[in-house]
Design a protein around this ligand. Structure first.
Ligand SMILES: Cc1cc2nc3c(=O)[nH]c(=O)nc-3n(C[C@H](O)[C@H](O)[C@H](O)COP(=O)(O)OP(=O)(O)OC[C@H]3O[C@@H](n4cnc5c(N)ncnc54)[C@H](O)[C@@H]3O)c2cc1C
Length: 460
């Protein structure tokens, strides 16, 4: 039973990597009177590893450390530093496995199309030229230009009049990476998104080992969905949907952007208008996986990505990762992004698998794959998860890094915000989320330092 008289020094809402990172930092600084409230029955949020069977662990959420470092696109703050997620994996002795160096720029991809098999080879130079075209022109582009508008000036050669095909070509480079729709992704701002240099690494035994390791020594109440936050007075009141009341002096809110935007949590007083506008300016992305274990590999063993140009309006099954290449298990991880993810979220499991099999049989007509060839599968459906409602944030036309900064800002020196949406340069990633949690914890410590009266109240 919760002691109704207990006043916490800091409460953190959400036990994703940002909330766990914040709580862990406070603990390392000697603060014990800290509590995490999490609405789900597990920690990790959008890091969610599951056992497919006794042999294989798969990721329904994040898979990769995007660049282990050192350094991140020459950002001075990160020069010579390793990705903090990689540091955590080393600290907790969690095994990682090397894949490629730059996820979407690897040339180990094969492009298939709806007419059957691999596309004519003239498509490859067009894809590479479209990337150079983007790099050369993105800085001059108008702030408000979407990628769809931006690429109107690009010459797709023999495919110039095929709108679906053009959308698919751009889809696997941009929609799959940033999980927004081409008509909403900001051509200028996605160029400001950074990643760490170095290898992209996976966790053979699951990414969830990281949140689980962090959670071990922290006080966390699961199944505690927050519906009201009243920060009118010095002591903040926090109420769950089961009407349990918690009290705290400082608060960090780490719920996903889609939860903030959908007003699941009622703030009293209302959040500042500027913050609400920034919340709505960032993009809420959709991205789902279907992970299939087959009896044996029927696809090209040595490629990283199978990209597929479908004839659907929604660019279905646009990209699949060849898990076999690195893990030696006959698994394909098939992705749907934005409009296809929204469409497939309404499909039941068998309908989803049927659609995937149709696409795979078009790509590899000789393989004649049927439902019987599937040993096991798992799917994600993040948009229908009431605690998350999205995959990760994207740089929508009209937004900028100022929006992430505005969302993170403290309100009345009492309530701070963290989460992947609050660190623009690494937007959407585990790295952004973890850094944001550390930053929110440090801001609270600075605030305590600034005002000695508060220091006395906090039990160290
Ligand atoms: C399919 C997919 C693939 C991805 N792949 C990668 C990848 O390869 N590499 C990478 O770096 N990133 C990847 N990401 C993104 C990454 O998973 C996220 O950016 C990161 O995990 C977000 O952490 P967070 O702490 O900000 O939010 P979350 O993990 O969402 O944590 C927020 C927590 O708040 C809880 N919550 C919500 N509402 C309430 C409430 N009312 N009361 C209490 N608790 C509440 C939620 O249950 C959740 O646990 C992927 C994401 C998805 C969905």
């Amino acid at each position: 039973m919760e002691n109704p008289e207990q006043i916490y020094d800091v409460i953190i809402i959400g036990a994703g990597i940002s909330g766990l990172g914040a709580a862990n930092h406070l603990k390392e600084q000697g603060y014990e009177n800290v509590l995490i409230l999490e609405s789900q029955d597990r920690v990790g949020g959008r890091i969610y590893s599951q056992n497919l069977n006794d042999e294989v662990t798969v990721e329904l959420g994040a898979s990769w450390i995007h660049g282990i470092g050192p350094g991140a696109n020459d950002i001075p703050e990160w020069r010579d530093k390793m990705n903090p997620l990689y540091e955590l994996s080393t600290k907790y002795n969690i095994k990682t496995a090397k894949t490629f160096n730059d996820m979407y720029e690897t040339d180990q991809q094969k492009i298939f199309w709806y007419k059957g098999g691999e596309m004519p080879s003239d498509i490859y130079p067009i894809v590479y030229e479209s990337r150079s075209f983007y790099q050369q022109n993105c800085k001059e582009t108008d702030e408000e230009l979407s990628l769809h508008e931006f690429f109107k000036k690009f010459d797709f050669g023999p495919y110039q009049d095929d709108e679906k095909l053009k959308k698919s070509i751009l889809g696997f480079d941009y929609e799959s990476e940033y999980d927004g729709d081409l008509s909403q992704l900001s051509a200028r701002q996605i160029n400001n998104l950074q990643h760490f240099d170095g290898e992209e690494r996976l966790f053979p035994l699951g990414y969830s080992q990281i949140p689980n390791a962090l959670a071990k020594s922290l006080k966390i109440n699961l199944n505690s969905k927050i519906q009201k936050i009243d920060y009118t007075r010095d002591i903040i009141d926090i109420q769950t949907t089961n009407n349990i009341l918690y009290k705290t002096r400082k608060l960090i809110v780490t719920v996903p952007l889609a939860i903030l935007a959908s007003n699941v949590i009622e703030f009293t007083p209302l959040l500042p208008e500027k913050k609400i506008q920034s919340i709505n300016r960032l993009g809420v992305g959709f991205f789902d996986k279907l992970i299939i274990q087959f009896e044996e590999v029927f696809w090209d063993e040595d490629i990283d990505w199978l990209t597929y140009i479908s004839d659907s309006e929604t660019s279905d099954w646009s990209i699949s990762f060849n898990h076999y290449k690195y893990m030696k298990q006959p698994l394909l991880v098939m992705f749907n992004t934005y409009s296809s993810a929204i469409k497939f979220s309404l499909f039941n499991d068998e309908e989803l698998i049927s659609s995937a099999l149709v696409a795979l049989n078009i790509m590899y007509p000789k393989a004649k794959i049927t439902r019987e060839n599937i040993k096991a599968f798992k799917r994600s459906n993040w948009s229908t998860n009431e605690h998350i409602k999205m995959s990760y944030s994207f740089a929508k036309v009209g937004c900028s890094s100022a929006d992430s900064e505005e969302i993170a800002k403290g309100v009345d020196n009492k309530v701070w915000f963290a989460g992947e949406h609050t660190v623009f340069e690494f937007l959407g990633t585990v790295t952004a989320a973890y850094i944001s949690g550390l930053r929110a914890a440090q801001n609270i410590l600075k605030e305590i330092e600034r005002d000695p009266n508060q220091k006395l109240e906090l039990s160290q």
